[in-house]
Design a protein around this ligand. Structure first.
Ligand code: UDX
Length: 448
């Protein structure tokens, strides 16, 4: 089969990375987005969000002549049309908002012909592909559902070296499978597992993977609640149970919980859809997963306020606003949420290495420092909300010289408690006993 020509509809997080990724596999690719400023930025090799490795991959595709961007499908020559638009939570409900997916597919219909393949990658409620297939098939083209599993911060690797490829196709649609195999030929050559299934299973694979990950995080955060009530240490608990290969240590990090553009809205949409399809009992636990997750933010706010009181008031330095490190995404970010709630009642100065601008757009009243030192300077309490490497690797002795604060609340359980305590800090963490500063031996005592 000759190399398929690719169009990617929707150049947000998923689509921009997917378009650049397809071009880097050597496929002629056009990224299409209705947002002209996004198209202009991407066409000039600039990523509209922070994602390590993406700009290099964009530039490479543009320089090689295999990647360009356009504001509509008119005149685009493609054999495979990927649909990569967002499915955000619908305001006032838990459902996914399907407006963008429906609009993207409708906009493609006039351009589709026999032999073409539309490939959905967006995360959608089960049953969507079946509904859209009827529209696509009426043009003579075919539909497949090929969910993505990319993580922000690792999106380039996850696109070019995924753990698996899942193709949801109409029963017996060997042509769709052959086309997808041609698209992903170089990935498949490396032995990447490929699972061919029906539409509904492909849709469910994505949402159930996210539901499992969210459940794993909320499980350990529920253990953190029990540890707090009983004086145990949730990090040691996670280390101990995580050694069991059946459990595994990954995604067992307790803290202020999960956020971002996927896990929270996907578990809510999945739960809402399970009720619609008549399986309401099956996913009731996801409501609890959501509640455990949100309670961790309350706990962080309470811990910081307790320490502020003990310090006799003052400012909070919020370290981190992004929903996770190596990302400037603040959608449903636990760190930003905690910062905003604290700022309603206290003086808060936040710092994030990459997310300052997006955070300022979402929380215009929040005071955001341009440098870490500026945030540290006035603080009475330090609060870590996102485990950026620059925070994990802080030298607590040097920090002690840059701030009057003598307490740090570690919302991600990543700081070296011994080192911080030895540098004179009280260390408060989620699901772990507090650690008071290690008493220092004065010079006089040492020689006595
Ligand atoms: C997630 C899925 O991992 C990915 O497969 C899917 O395609 C999209 O959703 P992402 O949103 O980029 O990816 O973030 P992820 O790395 O999964 O982290 C989600 C949230 O969970 C973050 O807020 C992170 O801080 C939190 N988390 C993660 C924990 O609190 N503890 C952990 O052990 C792991």
């Amino acid at each position: 089969m000759t190399a398929p020509r690719i169009a990617v509809v929707g150049c947000g997080y998923l689509g921009a990375v997917h378009a650049a990724g397809m071009a880097s596999l050597g496929l002629a690719t056009v990224g299409i987005d209705v947002d002209a400023s996004k198209v202009a930025a991407l066409g000039a090799g600039r990523a509209p969000f922070y994602e390590p490795g993406l700009e290099a991959m964009l530039q490479q595709g543009i320089d090689a002549g295999s990647l360009r961007f356009a504001t509509d499908a008119e005149g685009v020559e493609a054999d495979v049309w990927f649909v990569c638009v967002g499915t955000p939570q619908r305001p006032g409900s838990n459902d996914a908002d399907m407006t963008h997916v429906d609009a993207a597919v409708s906009s493609l219909l006039p351009h589709l012909r026999e032999g073409m393949l539309v490939v959905g990658k967006s995360t959608v409620p089960v049953g969507t592909a079946e509904r859209l297939a009827a529209l696509v098939e009426a043009t003579g083209a075919r539909l497949a559902w090929n969910p993505e599993f990319l993580r922000e911060g690792l999106a380039v690797t996850d696109t070019l070296a995924p753990d698996r490829l899942v193709y949801g196709v109409r029963s017996g649609d060997d042509a769709a499978v052959a086309t997808l195999d041609a698209v992903y030929a170089s990935i498949l050559e490396r032995g990447t597992p490929r699972i061919v299934t029906d539409f509904a299973t492909a849709e469910l694979v994505k949402v159930s993977a996210n539901a499992f990950l969210a459940t794993k995080i909320s499980f350990i955060n529920a253990m953190a609640e029990v540890a707090e009530a009983s004086g145990a240490d949730v990090v040691q608990l996670a280390d101990a149970i995580g050694i069991d290969a059946r459990i595994g240590r990954r995604f067992l990090n307790s803290g202020i919980g999960f956020g971002g553009g996927c896990l929270p809205k996907d578990i809510r949409a999945f739960r809402a859809r399970s009720i619609e399809v008549g399986a309401a009992d099956a996913l009731g636990f996801l409501d609890e997963v959501d509640r455990v997750n949100l309670r961790r933010r309350d706990r962080m706010v309470a811990l910081v306020e307790r320490e502020l009181d003990a310090a006799g008031g003052g400012a909070v330095a919020m370290l981190g606003l992004a929903f996770k490190p190596d990302s400037d995404d603040v959608r449903d970010s636990p760190a930003l949420d905690v910062a905003m709630r604290l700022a309603e009642r206290h003086d808060v100065v936040a710092y994030d290495p990459e997310a300052a601008a997006p955070a300022a757009r979402r929380a215009p009243a929040l005071r955001i420092a341009g440098t870490l030192d500026e945030a540290l300077a006035d603080a009475a309490v330090l609060a870590l909300g996102t485990e950026w490497r620059v925070f994990r690797e802080l030298d607590p002795t040097a920090v002690a010289e840059r701030t009057a604060a003598r307490v740090v609340v570690d919302g991600r359980n990543v700081l070296d408690r011994d080192a911080w305590a030895a540098a004179g800090f009280r260390v408060v963490a989620i699901g772990r006993p507090d650690r008071d500063p290690t008493p220092t031996t004065s010079h006089e005592e040492a020689i006595a």
